[in-house]
Design a protein around this ligand. Sequence first.
Ligand code: FRU
Length: 521
Amino acid sequence: MLHVLFRLGCTILFLVLISCKQKSDEMGHVNKFGKAAVYAELYRPQFHFSPQEKWMNDPNGLLYNDGVYHLFYQYYPDDIVWGPMHWGHATSKDMLHWEHKPIALFPDGHGLIFSGSAVLDSKNTSGFGTAENPPMVAIFTYHNMEKEKAGGSDYQTQGIAYSLDNGDTWVKYDGNPVIGNTDFKDFRDPKVFWNDKANKWTMLLVAGDHLQIWESEDLKNWNKLSEFGKNQGAHGGVWECPDLFPLKVAGTEEVKWVLLISINPGAPNAGSGTQYFIGDFDGTTFTSDQTENRWIDWGTDNYAGVTYNNTPNDERIFIGWMSNWEYARDTPTTPWRSAMTLPRTLSLKKTGETYELINYPLEAFQTLLNPIVHKDIKVAALQQESIPFTHYNQADVSFTTEARQFQLTFKNKLLETLVLILDGDEKQFTLDRSKSGKVDFQENFAKNAQLMPVPNLPEGEFEVRIFMDWSSVELFINGGQYVMTAQLFPNEPYTDLTIANTGKTELLLRDFEVNQVKRVW
Ligand code: FRU
């Protein structure tokens, strides 16, 4: 009898364990051995890139080579606050799943390794490789702490390193630095690309309040060509992390050049942000007749973003650092700090006389989606409707609508909320994270609601798409015409979405979808 009871007990226990395991497996928080998997900590992004542990900031050296997307990044391997910078490294074949690699670049006698870029030197102009095995070359800023302490303006210079094994190991050039500096305290973040017009390498460098353009035949000897921006664009803070690339205007053969410049502080919702200029580049000089300031993202958490070199079909893929220098060092995560935005495709659209830079998650994200809800939703004037889902913090919510007045509120059982509001009269979106979860770790984190003007929404229907991970929201309006990215730290997953119709006529959300996003770790 005892024996039978014991077996029955074991069977029940086994069934309970299996059912718990299946539940957690759905969210992906245990591995196949039933052990707590990696990337299961509180607030850990499930489908965004974050380092296994320690501090990360800017994406660096974005380069596609031989089937591999490289993501290097500003990394401090000894703490979860900023410290002596290295280049961390990860690779991906699909931009969805990432493999962590050993640290690529360590500080040396010239200084710490600040932000920069990487190229494939396919013609072996540098002589670091051979025609058969062309080198990958990384171009970065050296930041010399001793010289900085000595009080001069000569502590940021530019260096290079190369790899002959597709990024696994790196050798620093013994002629470093390749560009010295005596004049600028802020002189950094080289972005290099092959310039077809000049048949040479072009380097973009920022020097405090402006962009400099340099050129080289061999990546080792550089000449300065031109400057841009002393009297153009936003200047609320230092210019950082430049990028410049051509894009075809959608539906035409016209090509315009887009310049990205991150500034800190001085962003529209405070702290760090990335502005863009649309103009022309003749191989030597960039010009733009743009008079207003433009932002690639209106949220507080998309900074230092740049694009990939050498992608197949010339696709322009952008990744930003999903944080803000205002509170980056204080966010409540451990044992890592910071994540990257979703990789996004950039494109150009012309509406009337205005060119707009569009950014939208890569098409490949569709493969991570698990459909949960798909229906049309109608809400009468001044009414609301609730859509429950077990885990909105690993979800993609989307719909199309003509409505101009609505409010979306994500809520969890602790009554923490994330609120998104469209006010068509004001032509403005609002993102309010003031009660979204843990917000008290730094006074500015949730002080103000974030505002985004939407002056050129199309007349009729437009799409709203919201990617929500454990500690971030990315809001894409009208296919990426207007974008907001923000961190949040809810202490329980949001399990309810309330759609409130704040307008005077019926609200129709067509093809309202909730998709669970599969975890990638
Ligand atoms: C941007 C930045 C860069 C610099 C790096 C240092 O976030 O300040 O200008 O190279 O971070 O980590």
